[in-house]
Design a binder for this molecule. Structure first.
Ligand SMILES: Nc1ncnc2c1ncn2[C@@H]1O[C@H](COP(=O)(O)OP(=O)(O)OP(=O)(O)O)[C@@H](O)[C@H]1O
Ligand SMILES: [Mg+2]
Length: 346
């Protein structure tokens, strides 16, 4: 390659670039540009080959006024849809301006924007439901139920439940954002998983009792230390055990089994495994890959009825990632589900 030859330089660039001469014809399109815009552009008038108005406006501004022009180009015919930030820059040449048209792929920025928008919409929706109920109760208390002591008590109880739901949602959102922000910092202090499992099970014993679920712990007689964040891991186990109790069979048994350390191929080293197994209806395989998405619920009515926010498994996933572990979900419809956490053992 010789640096004297501009076309060779353009071919060495990793992003799409098109060179348009002062005669308004395409002089050169590098390989990424040909992949994006099609073959056979060279020698033709730019209007004939770059039909999109954004591209035409930018080129026009650069050619006729000698200005740098920028725009956003939604590529057609790419799936998933790609978006490019384009720039047309004039380059002085014989007989007028030549134009270098370059394309920067900003698809990922657009996707991140979309995810943010969806998240805000979801949060608003989740908050609005209990808020609407609260407003309805307040109205009833000020009107029809004003002088009715019994009705007042019932409505106040419901208001407390709705306020509690909003409080849980906000708590979970804060928890999620904290976990996300320290996901890159891997915990190093040793924690005893047996003790954490006992603590999680103990705090859920009342819920299990009230739903006629028997909670069984196995393999937790002796300490099992791994590097970890104790508070966060309790959150993981509480979430999984609570789900197993809520969505498992009643009456039924939830079994929590600690095993290892054993060699774990996925982690290329020794790992400890915690299985949380229930005897419920199980989960249809089509839902499994999406369970850890924020607000994803298989049966949103049932989850809401149980006071769920749909953020539990999203939080679990982030915490497990922070520990460089794995979350595995397996389920046979009709025979229950098993959520397994695999944590590196030092
Ligand atoms: N053991 C299980 N058996 C069957 N379905 C489950 C089980 N665990 C979770 N699910 C399904 O996965 C969904 C998401 O669970 P997740 O823990 O993220 O949210 P949640 O339990 O609805 O609310 P939260 O945990 O915030 O209180 C649940 O709504 C439920 O449909
Ligand atoms: Mg849950």
């Amino acid at each position: 390659m010789t640096v004297e030859n501009g076309e060779d330089l353009l071919d060495a660039l990793p992003f799409a670039v098109v060179l348009i001469g002062p005669d308004e014809r395409v002089r050169h399109a590098n390989p990424p540009a040909r992949a994006l815009l099609g073959e056979g552009m060279e020698g033709r008038h730019y209007i004939a080959v770059l039909r999109h108005p954004v591209l035409l406006d930018c080129i026009e501004a650069a050619l006729s006024r000698g200005e740098v022009a920028r725009g956003e180009y939604p590529a057609s015919g790419t799936a998933p849809r790609e978006t490019y930030r384009v720039q047309a820059a004039p380059v002085a040449g014989e007989g007028g301006h030549a134009v270098v048209l370059s394309f920067e792929d900003v698809t990922h920025l657009h996707e991140a924007d979309q995810i943010r928008r969806d998240f805000v919409a979801n949060v608003s929706h989740e908050l609005r439901t209990p808020l609407t109920a609260l407003m309805g109760y307040v109205e009833t208390l000020r009107g029809a139920a004003r002088d009715d002591a019994r009705a007042r008590e019932v409505f106040l109880q419901r208001m407390q439940a709705e306020a509690g739901r909003m409080n849980r949602l906000v708590g979970d959102l804060l928890s999620l954002s904290r976990v996300e922000s320290d996901e890159r910092v891997r915990p190093t202090a040793p924690v005893d998983l047996s003790a954490l499992l006992h603590a999680a099970a103990q705090s859920l014993a009342p819920l299990a009792g009230s739903l006629q679920v028997k909670l069984v712990l196995e393999g937790v007689e002796s300490p099992h230390e791994v590097p970890g964040d104790g508070d966060q891991l309790v959150q993981v186990f509480s979430n999984l055990i609570e789900n197993a109790i809520k969505y498992g069979a009643r009456p039924g048994t939830v079994t929590v089994r600690l095993s290892g350390p054993a060699h774990e191929p996925a982690l290329r080293g020794p790992a400890v495994r915690i299985d949380v197994h229930d005897e419920g209806e199980g989960i249809d395989p089509i839902h499994i890959p999406r369970l850890t998405e924020r607000f994803y619920r298989v049966d949103s009515h049932r989850s809401r009825e149980m006071g769920g926010t749909g953020l539990g498994l999203a939080i679990v996933k982030h915490i497990v990632n922070r520990h460089r572990g794995r979350l595995r979900i397996s389920s046979t419809p009709g025979q229950g589900s098993c959520f397994s956490v695999i944590l590196p053992a030092g």
